[in-house]
Design a binder for this molecule. Structure first.
Ligand code: HEC
Length: 213
């Protein structure tokens, strides 16, 4: 019995030592342009899915997500804060999306037609973000729950919009209007939202995407 426990202990010590060696040697690759191994990817994906399921399970979903006012309000915020990473009707890809790992899902073209069932999941992810992925916790920037539900409502609608309908809806919206911390500041409320590569002064910030190369 003692030998058995000594064996277990030795295995644990060796395991911890190998783990520490991998961490401190700098050989682990943190570059976003090399994918995880299959095993690491599966572990992270499972942990992420289980965590989101558990945390979003008991959220009360508002009954009026199909409300056109909600969708309209969500459109302006989506165009200002989300489209750069999650695309939009008529937007094939973006520089920032191509460089992110994991790649943000194209919310204008969901893979499965189950968007309506994903309302609680979407709300939780938008509010809290996902660690080490590039998906921000928007509540940290001051966006209120009601405005997050507006975004969820818009996400349910966006796959059915044409590029023209999308632009018209964004234009009819109050723009970037969630009334959070940044919106409360005087001056340019939305300036700090998107990381803007290059010279910030010459970077024209526009809700309908004014950045051209
Ligand atoms: C800087 C890029 C970036 C921005 C900006 C961004 N996201 Fe994300 N988002 C991501 C990434 C990356 C993921 C995938 C994370 C993962 O799979 O671990 C993600 C995931 C999501 C998901 C989960 C989809 C699913 O079911 O798995 C939703 C919903 C979402 N984002 C909504 C939004 C909304 C709404 C906004 C704007 C308020 C936004 N995102 C802004 C990068 C971004």
């Amino acid at each position: 019995m003692t030998r058995f426990f000594m064996g277990v202990l030795a295995t644990l010590v060796i395991g911890v030592a190998l783990g520490a060696a991998a961490v401190y040697s700098g050989t682990l690759d943190v570059a976003a342009d090399t994918p995880h191994s299959r095993l690491v990817y599966q572990i992270i994906e499972t942990a992420r899915e289980q965590s989101i399921d558990r945390h979003a399970r008991d959220l009360a979903v508002p009954a009026n997500l199909a409300d056109t006012e909600r969708i309209r309000r969500g459109a302006g915020n989506y165009a200002a804060m989300c489209a750069a990473c999650h695309l939009a009707p008529g937007k094939a890809d973006s520089e920032i999306r191509m460089g992110l790992y994991p790649e943000p899902p194209d919310l204008a073209r969901p893979e499965e037609e189950t968007v309506a069932e994903m309302a609680a999941r979407h709300f939780w992810i938008i509010k809290h973000g996902i660690k080490a992925s590039g998906m921000p916790a928007w509540s940290r920037g001051g966006i209120e729950d009601a405005a997050i539900w507006d975004l969820v409502a818009f996400i349910q609608k966006v796959p059915s919009l044409s590029a023209e309908q999308y632009v018209a809806l964004v234009e009819s919206s109050e723009g970037h209007s969630h009334g959070g911390l940044l919106a409360a500041e005087a001056g340019h409320p939305d300036e700090a939202h998107m990381p803007s590569p290059g010279n910030a002064d010459s970077h024209e910030h526009s809700h309908s995407g004014g950045h051209e190369h």
